[in-house]
Design a binder for this molecule. Structure first.
Ligand SMILES: *Cc1c(COP(=O)(O)O)cnc(C)c1O
Length: 223
């Protein structure tokens, strides 16, 4: 077995038991994903519809596929049959579309609220304020198939560990606040997805329950 196999084993060994590993396989070939699968990995993250469409048919059917990139509403129909979690929910329009297609095939789909915590300008993701507004408006409560399972965030790309930790901390605090206000009796709202190759150890220190690791496992992506 090769590098991917060994890295999956090594990372898993070091993760606290409550932290799930999402292996981010975007831009990497099917053989690399199969190698990670053979090492026991079952959760994979992808960010493009065409790519995940192709990969999911070629790979074992018990893989839990997470969509982690920006998802356009016109792509929802295609991925709903095989997607487990959409980590990048950032609008009611998107949730409504997931609900519509999931209901047609009687399937529940977990959605994580993508919250913008980094200092860099972001095109996607809720601000804390917009996210609260979304929760307060309450349209999501009528969804029966698309359901909210937690939050997802990305820290600023910087060497300043204190800054990264502060951003992760802000997401954890936000999670606790909305958990108390909207999901206190809902065990499904439980995930804080934060931490990537360069910062996942910091994220775990700040309460991450799910890390999304790509390049550390699969090497650098071919763009
Ligand atoms: C690409 C990506 C990752 C993985 O990043 P690495 O630095 O390769 O570990 C994690 N989360 C999201 C949302 C991504 O787009």
């Amino acid at each position: 077995m090769g590098f991917v196999f060994d890295t999956i084993k090594a990372i898993k060994k070091d993760l606290p038991t409550q932290v799930k590993l999402v292996a981010v396989s975007k831009f990497h070939p099917i053989e690399a994903i199969q190698e990670a699968y053979d090492a026991g990995q079952r959760i994979f993250g992808e960010s493009r519809m065409q790519e995940i469409d192709k990969k999911h048919t070629a790979l074992p059917q018990d893989i839990e596929w997470h969509f982690i990139g920006h998802l356009q509403t016109n792509k929802v129909k295609s991925i709903v049959p095989y997607i487990h979690t959409v980590q990048s929910l950032d609008s009611w329009k998107l949730m409504d579309e997931i609900e519509k297609h999931a209901s047609r095939i009687d399937k529940r789909i977990r959605c994580l609220l993508e919250v913008h915590i980094a200092e860099e300008d972001a095109k996607y993701g809720f601000s804390f304020e917009k996210c609260k507004q979304f929760l307060e408006e309450g349209l999501w409560k009528d969804c029966k198939y698309a359901y909210l399972g937690g939050v997802m965030g990305m820290a600023t790309n910087t060497d300043n560990h204190e800054k990264i930790k502060e951003e992760f901390r802000s997401l954890k605090i936000f999670f606790e606040e909305i958990k108390e206000n909207y999901f206190s009796d809902n065990d499904e709202f439980s995930e804080i997805s934060m931490g990537m190759s360069d910062d996942y150890k910091l994220a775990i220190e700040e309460g991450s329950t799910m890390v999304r690791i790509g390049s550390s496992i699969f090497g650098n992506r071919e763009y």
